[in-house]
Design a protein around this ligand. Structure first.
Ligand SMILES: [Zn+2]
Ligand SMILES: [Zn+2]
Length: 387
């Protein structure tokens, strides 16, 4: 793949930025040094910076040389994960127990690279908003925090766009889902309240473990029997806890898990059905339940028009064969979904290589070969969008 000279020349500098960010990973809402690094660079490029939106989030604003009321928002997440790095790289994490294992160091760098390139000639009409958000990982919803802090009220942003590097897809190839890209992920917690007693006298107890067993089995019918066969969802029970002795029927039992859904309608409908099924199953075993939903990120659904626009851009500037049309969506979730529920836009996966290490692995390292791809896509997207 050939890149323009200005992008080509920027690659060594971007690698340095990326590897520097990689060496000091910061987790959700603690991205102070990362934000400082970004602010410094943006200011060097002559870009106005507004800080502390959604705690550590920041926005760079660049006005094109042609006046227009049009605008575009480009988003990069900047948080790391609470885990130990095992790469042994010269620039590996200096912050024990924290690691850039999802490539957000690369996302930040690609957006900084685009900011630099666009600031050099400002050859577009309207405004570009470079959105650096905190806390994408771990359900901490940095995107939502920025929105709640007035991201779309303080700034007139017409549409929003995101990139995530994607291992398992050929290097530099783009995956752009027409609509559904990533699942909504909710957590449910079920406390079953029985009546404890002697294991030899179950008739005078209400055994919560039996209720728990039936609840597990009946929950398996939610997706298979209650959801339209042409829709998709996943329900997994991932936590169980009960009992303290071999001869005691416990007072209560706990189970928890996650529901992954592909649209708001199914999501709300299935959560209601889960609650009702759990309560009724518990009652049939003389137990009560305390049912709690911890809402997670909504499904990430691209705006169809925006997705086809992104598709067109990628095809025009990278070539038709650089789009992977066969990659299915994932049941993982992503908090860019909050931005997509507010503004039209699209989320693009950028192939990091077929055999590249998987996201969140302790051996993961963002593939620096992707840097020029990301910058070029951002640049073309802006110039075409703000013509
Ligand atoms: Zn991640
Ligand atoms: Zn990520």
């Amino acid at each position: 793949m050939k890149f323009n000279k200005n992008i080509q020349d920027l690659i060594p500098t971007m690698k340095k930025w990326r590897q520097t960010i990689h060496s000091f990973p910061e987790i959700a809402y603690e991205e102070y040094k990362t934000a400082e690094f970004i602010e410094k660079k943006l200011k060097e490029f002559g870009i106005k910076v507004v800080k502390n939106i959604g705690k550590t989030g920041l926005v760079g604003i660049l006005e094109g040389k042609k006046k227009s009321s049009k605008s575009i928002g480009l988003r990069a997440d900047m948080d790391a994960l609470p885990m130990d790095e095992r790469t042994n790289l010269s620039y590996s994490s200096k912050n024990l127990g924290k690691m850039h294992a999802c490539g957000h160091d690369g996302h930040v760098t690609m957006l900084l690279g685009a900011a630099k390139i666009l600031s050099e000639d400002k050859n577009f009409s309207g405004k570009v908003y470079f959105i650096f958000q905190p806390a994408e990982e771990g359900g901490r919803a940095g995107a939502k925090s920025m929105i709640n802090d007035g991201l779309f009220k303080k700034f007139k942003i017409d549409n929003v766009w995101g990139i995530h590097n994607w291992p398992g897809v050929e290097l530099g190839k783009a995956v752009i889902h027409k609509q559904f890209a990533m699942a909504g992920g909710d957590i449910f917690e079920i406390n079953i309240l029985g009546k404890g007693g002697h294991a030899a006298q179950p008739n005078v107890s209400n055994d919560p473990i039996i209720a728990l067993g039936f609840i597990i089995v009946s929950l398996q019918t939610i997706v298979s029997r209650q959801l339209d066969p042409f829709s998709n969802a996943v329900l997994s029970i991932t936590k169980i806890n009960s009992g303290s002795a071999f001869n005691v029927i416990p007072e209560n039992a706990y189970l928890g898990g996650t529901l992954r859904s592909t649209n708001e309608h199914d999501r709300n409908n299935l959560l209601k059905k889960i609650k009702s099924l759990v309560e009724q199953t518990a009652i049939s075993h003389n137990c009560k339940v305390d049912f709690k939903i911890i809402p997670g990120y909504p499904p990430t659904v691209n705006d169809e028009k925006s997705a086809s626009f992104a598709h067109k851009i990628y095809e025009k500037y990278f070539g038709k064969d650089m789009i992977d049309e066969n990659c299915t969506p994932t049941m993982g979730s992503e908090d860019f979904s909050y931005m997509l529920t507010e503004k039209p836009g699209a989320y693009l996966w950028l192939g990091a290589g077929i055999n590249s290490e998987k996201l969140h692995s302790p051996y993961f390292d963002f593939n620096d070969k992707l840097l020029p791809f990301g910058v070029k896509y951002w640049e073309c997207l802006v110039r075409e969008n703000l013509k």
